[in-house]
Design a protein around this ligand. Structure first.
Ligand code: MLZ
Length: 265
């Protein structure tokens, strides 16, 4: 069966406890996905979030839909949870005094937009209101601890959800490190990010889970080894090639580092 990954034996081998379900901004039971291919809905343009556009479901995985903005090309597809507030039934925007906007990169003359909307929605398969699910509440505080295991969206390959470990924690953020990938895909996110899930979430929700990579993770031993080959005035190639996240992973997200710097002036 696709995407099957045995967390139990993996956790036995590698050690590490799963982060508790209460740490996540996710419904305890993943909602059933009743969206179907070709259904149309309203979605925020991820590249221009103040715009509400018409979108078509072009893919379905567990409680997520792959969306393509109507009038745009197929190179900017994105994934949304079916309980995301960024997607709404057709009509929602107007009912709230807004106006549907052409997506960034609308392929026609902007003056054709109103007609384009009419034609797009005529005879369309409109996603029914009742299949949109309310967003779950946020946990009251950051309950993550270093070393806890989770499942996380790979933001560089957003169709993938992969096994990960909490690498660092601040008051309101966590550093997501992907197991077996040396740091190239790691990122900081808020503790209530919708891109992170409890261990077992994929299996429970019918979403594929990528197995961990086969690259050895960064260990203090490896870091020591690398620094011991650094001679003053020269940077070894191995270090030049390191992903940025690995070299700045000292427990502080880059953005807050910048902020505290700025505050000094
Ligand atoms: N094929 C890609 C996918 C990597 C996915 C990593 N996810 C944490 C690669 O090998 O680069």
């Amino acid at each position: 069966i696709y995407g099957y990954f045995d967390w139990d034996s993996y956790l036995k081998e590698t050690g590490g406890e799963p982060a508790p379900a209460s740490a996540f901004k996710q419904h305890p039971d993943p909602p059933a996905n009743e969206f179907r291919l070709k259904m149309k809905l309203e979605a925020q343009d991820p590249r221009n979030p103040s715009s509400t556009c018409i979108a078509t479901v072009v893919g379905i995985m567990g409680p997520r839909v792959q969306l393509r903005l109507d009038g745009s090309d197929n190179t900017n597809d994105f994934w949304e949870m079916i309980d995301s507030p960024s997607i709404k039934p057709v009509g929602h925007c107007q009912e709230n005094g807004g106006m549907l906007q052409p997506p960034l990169g609308f392929r026609k003359n902007p003056s054709h937009w109103p007609m384009f909307v009419l034609n797009t929605l005529k005879d369309a398969d409109i996603a029914p209101k009742n299949i949109f699910i309310h967003e779950p509440p946020s946990p009251s505080r950051n309950r993550f601890k270093i070393g806890m295991k989770l499942e996380a969206v790979d933001k560089k390959n957003p169709r993938l959800i992969c096994p990960a470990t909490v690498g660092s924690v601040t008051e309101d953020q966590i550093f997501v490190t992907f197991d077996g990938w040396k740091g190239a895909f790691d990122y900081w996110c808020k503790y209530d990010s919708r891109d992170i899930f409890p261990v077992g979430w994929c299996q429970k929700s019918g979403h594929p889970l990528q197995p961990p990579g086969d690259k050895t993770p960064f260990t203090p031993v490896r870091d020591k080894l690398l620094s011991s080959i650094t001679t003053p005035g020269s940077v070894p190639l191995s270090i030049q090639c390191l992903p940025k996240t690995a070299t700045i992973n000292n427990g502080t997200p880059t953005s807050s580092k910048l902020k505290s710097k700025t505050n000094q002036f």
